[in-house]
Design a protein around this ligand. Structure first.
Ligand code: AMP
Ligand code: MG
Length: 345
């Protein structure tokens, strides 16, 4: 497997990667959200290899990445006016739109659905690779299914080493959480996965937007609309428990829980913030960032979960992070990773 670091300006490397994808192969590449595992979205056989490499259930559709708006018109059967408004406002960027698919898109890419998810990423390497690959790159996150999404090329190598021919290494990604998904085939557009682009930001551009009720509550109560959101996607190996409430109470509760874990011989770790970390007494305490810096919290989350996996931690206690903007996205990923175990204090 060839791993190429910081190839932003290296047109040759990107051209080679594009040739691999055109020939029906797979390449992992950086985007501004997380690393993606790309294949030619219009080639059903190539797309099948993504599912095999990741161990991804075949009913879980892929996002098609494009590099120019006119390519959306080719893979969509019809486009609502909101698609143009949203693309003018947020593309290239961390927003995925779901529209009716045209015949060009094979069912392997859409997991058998008549709709297709489309995004134009802003990362220059991703855009250059899409152009070199023929314009349509199906790319889910480049992790093994069930592991946290990769925010570093090393994470991709940890999960997929030996299963894919090439990783383009662009260093740490900027956002660290997957794109916002908005379904434009609904009468009122609906957010199927929260992300960096919030409900308020979308509503400023296209008016009323709803949030899929299936992603907010315990997933057991209502089925999410995006097939992928029903899986326990972001699962660390350790048991993860969130503790929510007023800061002093949260610190006290987590100290009590880690002390009890220690008494039963379980290795406990704590996810705190710059403000609280010095008050925890567990052996392993990690700050996710300053509570006021929600972008840092989003960027660090998956790496922390992966690091804890390597340290063979048995149980993780985390503060909750319902911050003003990206908070809904952060909490959606954390709650799923925790299997919805929350202690309110
Ligand atoms: P990933 O690329 O791994 O971040 O996952 C893509 C997400 O988009 C999954 O949760 C999919 O279920 C969802 N998705 C992709 N295409 C569609 C579609 N046509 N309708 C609903 N959800 C979709
Ligand atoms: Mg994924």
């Amino acid at each position: 497997m060839e791993k190429i670091r910081n190839c932003l300006l290296d047109a040759d490397k990107i051209r080679t990667a594009g040739e691999i994808i055109r020939a029906g192969g797979l390449v992992a590449f950086p985007t501004e959200t997380v690393y993606g595992l790309g294949a030619d979205a219009l080639n059903g056989c190539a797309v099948k290899k993504i599912y095999e490499a990741k161990g991804r259930p075949s009913d879980n559709p892929l996002i098609v990445h494009i590099a120019r708006f006119s390519d959306l018109e080719e893979i969509a059967a019809k486009l609502p006016p909101s698609a143009k408004c949203l693309s003018d406002a947020f593309w290239p960027g961390p927003l995925t739109m779901i529209v009716e698919k045209s015949e060009k898109v094979p069912y392997e890419t859409t997991g058998g659905m008549d709709t297709v998810a489309v995004r134009m990423p802003s990362h220059p390497t991703a855009l250059a690779l899409i152009r070199e690959s023929g314009g349509f790159v199906a790319a889910p996150s480049a992790n093994a299914s069930g592991r946290p999404s990769p925010t570093l090329a090393e994470h991709v190598a940890d999960d997929l080493c030996g299963r894919i021919p090439m990783i383009l290494d662009g260093g740490q990604v900027g956002i660290g959480l997957e794109s916002t998904i908005v379904d434009l085939t609904e009468e009122v557009p609906m957010i199927l996965r929260p992300g960096y682009i919030t409900q308020e930001m979308l509503e400023e551009v296209i008016g009323e937007v709803r949030v899929d009720p299936g992603i907010l509550a315990d997933a057991g109560m209502q089925r999410p609309k995006a097939p992928g959101m029903k899986y326990k996607h972001y699962a660390p190996r350790a048991d993860l428990v969130l503790v929510d409430g007023e800061e002093t109470h949260v610190v006290e509760k987590i100290n009590e829980l880690t002390r009890r874990a220690g008494m039963t011989g379980r290795r406990a770790a704590v996810i705190g913030t710059d403000e609280t970390c010095s008050r925890y007494r567990a052996n392993v305490v990690v700050s996710i960032g300053a509570r006021s810096d929600e972008e840092a919290i989003a960027r660090h989350l998956y790496k922390i979960l992966r690091d804890f996996d390597e340290m063979e931690i048995d149980v993780i206690y985390s503060e909750s992070f319902a911050t003003p903007k990206i908070g809904q996205a952060i909490m959606n990923r954390l709650l799923k990773a925790a299997g919805y175990q929350v202690i309110h204090v």
